[in-house]
Ligand binder design. Structure first.
Ligand SMILES: Cc1ncc(COP(=O)(O)O)c(C=O)c1O
Length: 545
């Protein structure tokens, strides 16, 4: 049998001699061309069989809608793992052709099937060598799944918010048992949106206005507070208590004024603040509660007789998916709430301030795109371009969301690992109570820890800076509790000097102690017991010497 000359195009199905290395063979097989012939006349062919292969992951049954030409006259299974580079001479005749979209799906599967091997060679974990390897306080934990979903999203080339974003929002909300989740491009953006949603005129008397006061703490991350100041509301700083590092609820009544409109607080390093007291205070005075849940994803709190995730008890809450956090998308964040009105407001501010809620790439979801009247616009003005707020564009891309979807599958195991690592440190360091204030979970809470915080006692015989320097030189990465005392930072210079734009209620003695004496080390899921033992050993050595 000899080869015949026909145009070979990707997607064409050809009858080819079999065995493939023998052009005088009497048998023949169908095969799908995956490429055009190269300069040597070689073509990549995928093998087609009529018997269902075992384990169908790498096979695909070809059915009528897949074809552009006549279907093959027998049950046909494409074997994606059986790809051969064969010369065009082996082709006997053209049989039929697959549709363009089917070919694209097949090519997608083939690209994705290459990811696990790439992951193993390019992203293999380095082995930890005690005393030599560095122990970071946090890091991405991922495998081929994240790269696969990322490549999958990149092949869509949708780029903006799309199918993965929708999947993520639904699954994340389901995980937290909260009604609405809006994906955004960072935790800081999430905080900005959660706050700005509460300034919407659509909330009537309850809206936060410029000059209104929001109770918060100075011992934490700057972008929990920044939205308050940027808008022109007034942060009222209250001290925190140790060893929970959360707001001192005994100070709440003192901090209250006629202008108080809400509280915006983070669950410090995963440790929930006293939600029972804070929520009761909010209810008593009709205040908003924004939970910055960026460092506490997976933490639980026993509230009204049941265990609930932090971030689901206040009015609105935020997450960050920056790499050190409980799960990552590189850059990314989320705002979540049980309140449908707040969800619409968040998405309006997120999506340029628009009134329309059509998903990206969709038009006229409400069916009233051209027949309503808004503001002083002409009747029927295109709803897609009606703006009810002065908004931003803080959307995430589908590439980020795709990574998030894969990370979400791992989230329960990440949370468990964080708890396990924290406990191992807590037990291992119990003997150092005399030198350090050791962390404690808040009553009625089950924290999904972000880190393990230590405060050097005044009479420890060494300083925080001393021990941090020793740990860092032993390869153990440390962090301060973010800003320590935010008011002492250069961004506050002007406000501090004029005394305007913020208020301090009581003193911030513990906040200052944290700024001077506290630091933390990691508990992230990439840590092994070996690493934790080394950290314990080094802390013991450094603090007893
Ligand atoms: C408590 C808290 N809120 C907000 C953020 C900001 O998140 P992002 O870095 O995603 O903007 C962080 C960042 O680490 C944080 O720790």
């Amino acid at each position: 049998m000899s080869g015949m000359s026909c145009d070979i195009i990707p997607g064409g199905i050809y009858k080819i001699s079999f065995p493939f290395n023998d052009i005088s063979a009497t048998r023949a097989r169908p095969a799908l061309a995956l490429s055009s012939p190269d300069i040597y006349g070689d073509v990549r062919f995928a093998f087609i069989t009529n018997t269902p292969p075992q384990g169908m992951e790498t096979a695909m049954e070809l059915q009528q809608p897949h074809y552009e030409g006549e279907p093959l006259p027998f049950r046909s299974f494409l074997r994606l793992e059986k790809v051969f580079l064969l010369n065009r001479k082996i082709v006997l005749k053209e049989l039929t052709k697959l549709g363009r979209h089917t070919l694209a799906e097949i090519q997608r599967k083939m690209i994705l099937s290459a990811v696990p091997d790439f992951y193993s060679s390019a992203h293999a974990q380095e082995r930890f060598v005690t005393g030599k390897s560095r122990i970071n306080y946090a890091g991405r934990v991922y495998d081929e799944r994240e790269i696969t979903t990322l490549v999958d999203a990149s092949l869509d080339f949708w780029l903006t918010t799309g199918r993965y974003a929708k999947e993520f929002e639904e699954k994340f909300a389901a995980f937290l048992e909260v009604k609405h989740c809006s994906l955004v491009n960072s935790g800081s953006s999430a905080n900005l949106l959660a706050f700005m949603a509460l300034t919407s005129p659509k909330l009537g008397e309850r809206r936060i206005r410029r000059g209104d006061e929001i109770i918060t703490v100075a011992a934490g991350f700057p972008t929990t507070v920044a939205p308050i100041i940027q808008y022109g509301a007034v942060p009222v700083f209250v001290d925190v208590e140790l060893p929970t590092y959360n707001i001192d609820c005994t100070q709440l009544e003192n901090a209250l004024s006629e202008k108080t409109k809400g509280l915006m607080l983070a669950h410090t390093l995963g440790n929930p603040f006293d939600l029972q007291r804070v929520k009761a205070f909010c209810e008593q005075y009709n205040l908003w509660l924004i939970e910055d849940n960026c460092d506490a994803l997976g933490s639980k709190y026993f509230f009204d007789g049941e265990w609930k995730y932090t971030g689901t008890i206040g009015d609105i809450a935020t997450s960050s998916f920056y790499p050190p956090h409980h799960m990552t998308m590189g850059e990314g964040g989320a705002v979540y709430t049980n309140d449908a009105v707040l969800k619409r407001l968040v998405e309006s501010f997120r999506d340029w301030g628009r009134d329309c809620w059509c998903l990206s790439g969709h038009d006229n979801t409400c069916g009233n795109r051209f027949n309503r009247q808004f503001g002083e616009l002409p009747q029927g003005y295109d709803h897609k371009y009606v703006y009810s707020h002065f908004g931003y564009n803080l959307k995430a891309t589908d590439l980020q969301a795709a990574i998030g979807c894969a990370q979400l599958e791992k989230l329960p195991s990440f949370i468990e690992a964080r708890k396990r690592n924290w406990l191992m440190l807590r037990e291992g360091l119990a003997g150092l109570e005399e030198c350090f204030i050791l962390p404690e979970p808040t009553r009625d809470s089950d924290p999904s820890w972000f880190g393990f915080i230590l405060t050097v006692r005044e009479n420890a015989g060494f300083t925080r800076d001393h021990i941090v320097a020793r740990l860092e030189s032993s390869g153990i990465q440390t962090r301060t509790l973010f800003a320590g005392n935010l008011i002492k930072h250069p961004c506050f210079d002007e406000m501090r000097s004029t005394g305007r734009g913020f208020r301090v209620s009581g003193d911030l003695a513990n906040t200052d102690m944290i700024m001077n004496n506290s630091f933390w080390i990691g508990v992230y899921p990439g840590m092994t017991p070996e690493m934790i033992r080394y950290m314990i050993e080094q802390l013991m050595l450094t603090s007893t010497r």
